[in-house]
Design a protein around this ligand. Structure first.
Ligand SMILES: [Zn+2]
Length: 136
């Protein structure tokens, strides 16, 4: 009995696309909306969360791998800058006692500086130009 079910499930899953970053993203969207909706109790948000979950499931079970991979590429193009920004915010918070982050005025690179109060001239490690910073 159990074996039969397992075989059916394996046969059902053959050729399915499965998980990718976009799947996890949709799952994250579902989770975030559900969390918010625990307080808001909106029918619209409930439907939106359900739609995100169903979209994830649809992609998971899809047999059109080429199309799903193309979707995932588009998703990553949008998601990467957001992820980088989040990572930067986390690092900035983690290092808040020991370091300050400043943007180089010449090449726009983010430079990590020791948290020493006052006015300093620093040299950008990326482009080598000097610029003034003020750390409060
Ligand atoms: Zn620079």
């Amino acid at each position: 009995m159990m074996n039969n079910f397992k075989q059916k499930l394996i046969r059902f899953m053959i050729g399915r696309y499965g998980m990718d970053e976009m799947y996890l993203g949709l799952f994250g969207v579902w989770f975030a909306i559900t969390l918010v909706n625990a307080f808001v109790h909106s029918v619209f948000l409930n439907l939106l969360a359900f739609a995100a979950l169903m979209w994830g499931l649809f992609r998971f079970l899809s047999r059109n791998h080429a199309k799903r991979r193309a979707e995932n590429e588009k998703f990553l193009k949008l998601w990467r800058p957001v992820k980088n920004w989040l990572t930067f915010q986390r690092d900035r918070f983690r290092d808040r006692k020991t370091a300050r982050y400043r943007k180089c005025k010449h090449c726009k690179a983010i430079v990590k500086l020791p948290n020493k109060k006052g006015k300093h001239t620093v040299r950008c490690p990326k482009c080598g130009e000097r610029f003034d910073v003020r750390i409060l």
